[in-house]
Design a protein around this ligand. Structure first.
Ligand code: F0G
Length: 435
């Protein structure tokens, strides 16, 4: 058996060729995933191959995604893909953030170090590789900002035509600027993310455009490597918890699949628990996990949060995310706007920095330790999904006391760091600094 697309719905399980242009199962409408036979190499051999590639100068090996290519063997030809040297992101320990989160130790896997500043690059290099392989000319995505920045860069680098749909007025300027800079045709639509995704799925089919949202199974394959690289960096010692923000739930699906496959293939001996953190005004997955009825997700009609990256009311990958949380003993949690803002400032004060959605992780950890649901001695990795420069307006407003929540309520700058205006006068500056 070579690589195939399989319906994620257990009761259907239909299989399709890896080169079919489909995003849902044509039989039952379920989500699709890429499946493979077990690799020929032993787990020990794979670990050695992957470790040795870290010193290689070959582009494919320098990529923190393609370095692990045996883990997602859907391509037959590796010569045409585009890598911007995505992945290879650091695992950073912070004592300050650990203390804030109520933990003895805390590590951040910082995806903001990626070429376009977010974890989307891990998935996009794979999605675009598949687009090239299928002979697609135009690619499209709907985005809260990071997917569009990433898709624009990879598609342009590959000579494809990127087409981007954004919820007008609801993404940060940093991300919008990236899409423009990377040369994407950019449409700002007057609707929210969920509404635009429904429209673009129809449009893509009508116009033969390849869709690169996280419903695309090849995006998920690339994002799996975030966890493989994490385990490689930890010498394959599994943490107790992996904490991540949840929006459309592609990353949750990718991380869960990665850990299950690593266990199946003998690379690790157990699964960590996944903790998915959502913003209070945009938490349909939290609601689903809390409910006793897991048969369907009730969308949040009008989601709101200043963490615009995760402002999504109807996440498409919820069935996969639900499965992965159940498989790993995972949990979902929500945090308030104030909690996100203060946690973001704390990640910043730790010398690390991240965008608002990413800070939901530290806010969630603090909530879980204080509620007794996470042990202070637990071995925890939080995934910071985006770079601190992605949303500089938010940072500036927080530190200067100007930040207002979606409801217009002021957010307190509890950890604010306001700049000070001083005259050009050495004596007065000196007395200000000492006084
Ligand atoms: N963090 C950041 C910084 C994001 O940009 C996103 C998603 C998430 C977390 C949530 O990840 O959707 O896999 O659950 N951003 C998408 C976008 C939706 O369009 O850029 P998810």
């Amino acid at each position: 058996m070579s690589a195939e697309l399989a319906c994620f719905e257990q009761r259907c399980g239909a299989r399709y060729s890896i080169t079919e242009v489909i995003y849902n199962c044509p039989k039952c409408g379920g989500l699709l995933e890429a499946v493979y036979p077990k690799p020929e190499q032993t787990a020990a051999d794979l670990k050695t191959i992957w470790r040795n590639r870290r010193t290689s100068n070959a582009a494919l090996d320098q990529s923190g995604v393609w370095r692990y290519r045996e883990f997602f063997p859907f391509l037959t030809d590796y010569t045409r893909l585009v890598t911007l040297r995505e992945g290879t992101t650091p695992l950073l320990e912070s004592r300050k953030s650990a203390a804030y989160g109520g933990l003895q130790r805390l590590f951040f896997k910082h995806q903001g170090f990626n070429p376009t500043g977010s974890f989307k690059d891990n998935g996009m290099t794979c999605g675009v590789a598949q687009a090239i392989r299928l002979g697609m000319k135009r690619v499209a995505c709907v985005s809260t900002g990071n997917t569009s920045a990433s898709m624009a860069a990879y598609a342009s680098a590959a000579g494809l035509d990127p087409l981007i749909f954004l919820p007008h007025g609801n993404i940060s300027f940093g991300k919008l600027a990236q899409a423009l800079e990377y040369g994407a045709r950019t449409l700002q639509v007057e609707a929210n993310f969920d509404q635009i995704l429904a429209l673009v799925r129809q449009l893509a089919e009508k116009l033969g455009i390849y869709l690169l949202n996280s419903i695309n199974p090849f995006r998920i394959e690339g994002q799996k490597t975030i966890m493989v690289e994490l385990m490689d960096q930890r010498d394959w010692v599994v943490p107790d918890w992996v904490v991540l923000p949840g929006g459309n739930l592609g990353n949750t699906s990718a991380f869960g699949k990665a850990f299950r496959e690593m266990k199946e293939w003998g690379l690790i001996d157990r699964l960590p628990r996944l903790a998915v953190i959502q913003a209070e005004g945009s938490a349909p997955f939290y609601d689903l996990m809390k409910s006793t009825d897991h048969s369907h997700l009730v969308p949040v009609e009008d989601p709101h949060t200043l963490a615009t990256a995760i402002k999504i009311g109807d996440p498409v990958s919820w069935p996969k995310a639900l499965f992965e949380l159940n498989a790993s003993g995972g949990v979902a949690e929500f945090v308030t706007e104030q909690e996100i803002a203060d946690a973001k400032a704390m990640v910043g004060q730790s010398g690390i920095g991240c965008e608002p959605a990413s800070a939901a992780t530290l806010a969630g950890i603090r909530k879980m330790t204080s509620g007794g649901r996470m042990d202070s001695g637990a071995d925890v990795v939080a995934v910071l999904t985006g770079n601190v420069l992605k949303d500089s307006d938010y940072s500036y407003q927080y530190h200067t006391g100007l930040l207002k929540g979606p409801d217009g309520e002021p957010i307190k700058s509890n950890l604010g760091n306001k700049p000070v205006i001083v005259p050009y006068d050495i004596e007065r500056i000196a007395s200000f600094l000492d006084g």
